[in-house]
Write a protein that binds this ligand. Structure first.
Ligand code: ZN
Length: 257
């Protein structure tokens, strides 16, 4: 399990920067929650913790203590800039080597692909959360709250979503996270074996067009198909009956862990 500590900047009594009707603490929480949601819904092998999940006051030491005690693999701090500029930049602790520099490059590039912010570059700064965290750490500054054009973007849910997805795509590249099969359900279908890879491939194509599910061709004590993602065993049973009726294969329900 890759452990990602997500730190929405500020909160509670500390509103962070304020401008154009926005509070930094609220925007950072929106972005952080969305990063968390995408990671947990769409990727396997990853677990997360947030420094705060609501509008609480949390000190910088409390944040880094929580990440260090948990033994996070990565510390991701999300902020909004202010002070008369525009665009996106991110920071690592001065003099950090790999893999921190690689993670910064990955996240920087992936965020810039999805948002139309000015690119202010990859930077270094002696910030508490970068200095005191025991693991590779990055602090992102996602636009300027006192820029009317940046703030207008930050007011759009779709734009927040793209910022979050950029961060996630950078984490995916950094930690080689794998997509869940689909939907995030716990139950899947596994077919009986096929005689050879050609039969397996043809069967996979038939099952895809029949069901619309993502179908994986797996080798597991014989050539099989692994597919579907169902929240309950009852849903999996219904799907299994449809597949058996249509194709006459042996189908097992398997449970994800
Ligand atoms: Zn901040």
């Amino acid at each position: 399990m890759v452990k990602i500590f997500i730190d929405p900047g500020h909160g509670g009594m500390d509103s962070g920067a304020v401008g154009n009707g926005l509070y930094e603490k609220n925007v950072t929480l929106q972005i952080a929650r969305r990063i968390n949601e995408i990671l947990l819904n769409e990727y396997s092998g990853v677990t997360t913790r947030l420094s705060r999940t609501g509008d609480q006051t949390v000190s910088l030491s409390q944040r880094t203590n929580a990440a260090n005690a948990w033994g996070a693999d990565f510390y991701l701090s999300v902020h909004i800039n202010s002070g008369g500029g525009t665009g996106y930049e991110d920071f690592i602790y001065p003099g950090s080597g790999t893999p921190t520099t690689t993670y910064q490059t990955n996240i920087h590039q992936e965020v810039m692909k999805l948002v139309d912010f000015v690119d202010r570059g990859r930077k270094q700064a002696n910030f508490h959360v970068l200095r005191v965290s025991n693991m590779p750490a990055l602090l992102t500054e996602n636009g300027f709250i006192d820029s009317s054009s940046d703030a207008a973007k930050l007011k759009q849910t779709d734009f927040i979503d793209r910022i979050a997805r950029g961060h996630v795509n950078g984490l995916v590249r950094s930690f080689n996270l794998q997509k869940k099969l689909s939907g995030g359900g716990a139950y899947r279908l596994k077919t009986g074996t096929f005689a050879n890879e050609t039969h397996q491939r043809i069967a996979a194509e038939r099952l895809r067009s029949f069901s619309g599910w993502i179908v994986h061709e797996v080798s597991d004590n014989g050539l099989r198909l692994l597919t579907g993602s169902f929240r309950t065993r009852a849903h999996a049973e219904i799907a299994k009956r449809r597949v058996v009726n249509e194709f006459g294969w042996v189908v097992h329900i398997v449970e994800d862990n």
